[in-house]
Design a protein around this ligand. Sequence first.
Ligand code: NDP
Length: 241
Amino acid sequence: MTRSIVVTGGGTGIGRATAARFAAAGESVTILGRRADVLARAAEQLGATAVVCDVSDPDALTAALGQLPAQVDVLVNNAGGNTDLRRPAATTLADVAAGWRANLDANLLSAVLTTTLLADRLQPGGTVVGIGSIAASRGSGGGSYGATKAALATWNIDLAGQLGPRDITANVVSCGYIAETEFFADQLTEQRRGTLIGQTSTGRAGTPDDVAALVEYLASPGARHITAQVININGGAFPTR
Ligand code: NDP
């Protein structure tokens, strides 16, 4: 039977690769994102449905509900990123507050709100997967990003407890450095990229499809006893700075 898959941030990077895997398997895929053009292009290429929506905005999500599937088997809370990389350095306390709120919105509230909105539509045998980060355990260079991803992982434990009786699993896939995405914008120097790759045992960056394959497994029948977990995918990157 065709399953219904919802991927937030499905227009680029890890979300797009995840949507592509499920679409290639013949599933019905809905992708969400803020940029209509990016989303429409991905949806057309993948044969998915595009829903333009800021998933950290409760009003926008509520307005989008009618465009979302009536039943959801797999929800991938992938939308997010380190908003510090796109902001000027904080010089006032107000800047600090704005930066923290932006990362909390992007990485924690986005997942909480999307899951809450769709909770009644999640189907038995289904799964919720959050995309976390190695920064949750080793920090993110002084910013708030790592803390917000840690919060995502802690919230997931409660989510798994709530959904378990309905035969729905919930896990977080915690990524190390994944190349070929828009995550770092233009902030990643070759030296830093070399450092990140040098921290792995595999000697390479992860790809979006590496992550997508793990998400696909977590949504498969063989993974039904895996829930409330953080599963690392980082090429063996040693979790220090
Ligand atoms: P991308 O920037 O390519 O993907 C992020 C996607 O999320 C974009 O398509 C963006 O689209 C969408 N998005 C962001 N905020 C919102 C929002 N509020 N509402 C709707 N859509 C949103 O980077 P990645 O693929 O790398 O990132 C995917 C996830 O992986 C993120 O959660 C990130 O934190 C995590 N991650 C990535 C790592 C890496 O090294 N790449 C490492 C660890 C974790 P749009 O701007 O159009 O809304």
